[in-house]
Design a protein around this ligand. Structure first.
Ligand code: PLP
Length: 368
């Protein structure tokens, strides 16, 4: 799908801020720690190719969730190490080999299926995933892991890494975290051979459990200037948000008292009112539950009134504004600002979901 380049609704991504956030995290970790940037889901909506190009000299590699995301980076000329964190169909592994993409092996059943095929996988880079309590994918048993390591080495594959993922690193209670950590340490200690890198830290682990970084950290949310705990835990340093979202008034009208606005006629004017229309809707990721949220029109907070439609959103204006008046949906205008976290809080969700759901229809522009 093409982005709507001729529409005044634009996400502006400041790549310099992403680099700044990366430095903020890495400055506090042991010098030898490798940074892997997690750019899955189009870099959480920020644009995977552009973010990878900006960071390629500053990180050891990039993490993706599926092989197509990894191939997109290769085809854009990114030569850094790439790791697919999810389980890919065994049929895709030859492609991973061809594009020099490291795969995650998360079960013996999958490995058996792969090795039963006629192809050869010598040189394939493998990271073993350990399920220490997340409960999604991964080996849970030390003996199984030993067998998998033997199998993959026999097949000529490269044992590039072993990793796990924490379920509660962004919470105040450390109980589950410690349980997972001890299990992982035990498993790593029992490995028949050490891999190139051991890694366990997502953003939250890297900033609130610095003592537990192994060889590498996998940073997602924090790179984009977002607090992975939402508002639960305070950040130990300042971050710079990487994404702004602006639009313009494309229609402005004065409506009489008692007029209704939007599908379902859920809003009725209580006086003569100025209503402005913005060219953005739920198909862009401004979801329907944002009705009642306030955006900045010419620096003034204005409420979204009536239902958010697929492509259009209506706001109540304090006075007449001309067509083309700037509207800020994310970012700052004067001393007022709207953050991704504000959207998340309003919607009862997490900041991750807000930027991931900004659809491809929104044109992205890059600063720096
Ligand atoms: C998405 C993901 C990350 C990054 O998580 P953040 O909280 O965004 O830093 C790290 N590791 C794995 C396995 C993931 O799936």
């Amino acid at each position: 799908m093409n982005s709507a380049w001729h529409r005044p609704t634009v996400a502006v991504i400041t790549l310099e801020n992403i680099k700044y956030n990366l430095r903020q995290v890495m400055n506090r970790l042991p010098e030898k720690t490798q940074a892997w940037a997690v750019v899955k889901a189009n870099a959480y909506g920020h644009g995977a190719v552009e973010v990878a190009r900006a960071l390629q000299d500053d990180v050891a590699g990039f993490c993706l969730s599926n092989i197509d995301e990894a191939i997109e980076l290769r085809e854009a000329g990114i030569t850094s190490p790439l790791l697919v964190l999810g389980v890919m169909p065994t049929e895709s592994v030859l492609l991973a080999l061809e594009y020099n993409i490291a795969v995650t092996v998360a079960s013996q059943e999958w490995l058996d299926k792969l090795l039963a095929s006629d192809s050869r996988f010598a040189g394939l880079k493998v990271h073993l995933k350990v399920d220490t309590g997340m409960g999604r994918i991964g080996f849970r048993d030390s003996r199984e892991i030993t067998l998998a390591v033997e199998n993959l080495l026999e097949a000529g594959m490269v044992f590039s890494g072993i990793f796990t993922h924490f379920a509660t690193a962004d919470e105040k209670d450390n109980h589950q975290f410690q349980k997972q950590l001890h299990l992982f340490e035990e498993i790593v200690a029992k490995l028949p051979q050490q891999p190139t890198i051991v890694h366990a830290s997502n953003s939250a682990t890297a900033i609130w459990h610095e003592d537990t970084v192994f060889d590498a950290v996998r940073l997602g949310d924090i790179l984009y200037g977002l607090n992975p705990s939402g508002t639960t835990l305070e950040l130990p340093f300042e971050l710079k948000p990487a994404l702004g979202l602006t639009s313009e008034l494309i229609h402005v009208k004065k409506v009489p008292i008692g007029a209704t606005v939007g599908y379902g006629a859920t809003y009725q004017t209580s006086a003569q009112e100025w209503i402005g229309t913005l060219p953005i809707g739920y198909a862009d990721g401004l979801t329907r539950d944002m009705q009642g949220f306030r955006v900045l029109v010419d620096g003034q907070f204005c409420e979204i009134v009536g239902r958010v439609s697929m492509d259009q959103t209506t706001v109540r204006l304090p006075k007449y504004y001309p067509l083309g008046t700037r509207v800020t949906l994310l970012g700052s205008e004067g001393d007022r600002q709207i953050s991704v976290q504000d959207w998340a809080d309003y919607r009862g969700t997490i900041n991750y979901e807000v930027t991931c759901l900004l659809s491809d229809r929104i044109a992205r522009r890059y600063k720096d």
